[in-house]
Write a protein that binds this ligand. Structure first.
Ligand code: 13P
Length: 259
């Protein structure tokens, strides 16, 4: 029996115009109301442009809002960036930080991840920090080394109290958008490694209370199997979070897994 509440987050990536975002989020609100999956935290992370409309569409539903990125300065001459107070203002409670697509395509470093994390925490946002290895890193036997690097440097200087306000998402890069899900055993092995590392960095009790999600080709068909693993506390869902039917089926599956 774990104390960690399951958290299912939808990362919409660069999909959905405002009308499409409103349609998807109001459809989710309607269906999830019927489902009454109160044992699952549900978070939607649309693009910046539709944050406010989605916030309004999910009002009074228990569904929570998150952003996909953040900049660490509160304000200033940083063209194109969005700050923590701005995300709070738009209604966000969560923010994804260090997604592999940002690391790969936008040269985001652990140092940047660490600064973003601190800014999010300072303003009361819950960061969802993404970590995970590429295929070549896995094939070279470097999975744990990469996880250690991402976790140690990403969470640098955070104390035990602060780290309790963080969600970690293990997303093996080779499983993202490829249809190639990690096996439940592979997810568990990596996530246990992360939790053991957190226990060393902080203490056992703190590590036991941090939620670690799995992400990478999560679908209604595989959510149950993955969530049954003891160190998998939820999922960060890309493609399958873009339709009401698939995302609701994932949440339904998650709500039925008892640990
Ligand atoms: P997919 O679910 O589309 O594989 O994406 C996973 C992901 O990157 C979530 O952040």
């Amino acid at each position: 029996m774990t104390m960690r509440k399951t958290i299912i987050a939808g990362n919409w990536k660069m999909y959905k115009t405002i009308p499409e975002a409103i349609e998807l989020s109001s459809g989710l609100k309607r269906e999830l109301f019927k489902l009454e999956a109160q044992n699952v935290d549900v978070v939607l992370c649309p693009p910046f442009t539709s944050l406010r409309d989605v916030y309004e569409a999910i009002s009074d539903s228990g569904i929570q809002l998150g952003a996909q990125d953040i900049y660490w300065q509160p304000q200033g001459a940083f063209t194109g960036e969005v700050s923590a107070p701005m995300l709070k203002d738009a209604g966000c409670k969560f923010v994804i930080i260090g997604h592999s697509e940002r690391r790969q395509f936008f040269a985001e470093t652990n140092e940047a991840v660490n600064k973003k994390l601190k800014a999010a925490l300072e303003y009361g946002l819950t960061p969802i920090v993404c970590v995970g290895e590429t295929l070549s890193e896995r094939e070279a036997g470097g999975t744990f080394k990469v996880l250690e690097d991402h976790v140690l440097n990403g969470l640098k200087d955070l104390n035990a109290q602060q780290v309790l306000g963080v969600v970690i998402a293990y997303e093996p890069v080779w499983a993202i958008g490829t249809g190639k899900t990690a096996t439940a055993q592979q997810a568990q092995e990596a996530q246990k490694y992360i939790r053991d590392l957190l226990a060393k960095m902080y203490n056992k009790e703190t590590a036991q209370n941090i939620r670690i999600q799995y992400g990478g080709s999560v679908k209604p068909e595989n959510i149950r199997e993955i969530l049954k693993e003891p160190d998998v506390d939820g999922a960060l869902v890309g493609g399958a979070s873009l339709t009401v039917e698939a995302f609701v089926a994932i949440i339904k599956g998650a709500s039925e897994v008892n640990k």
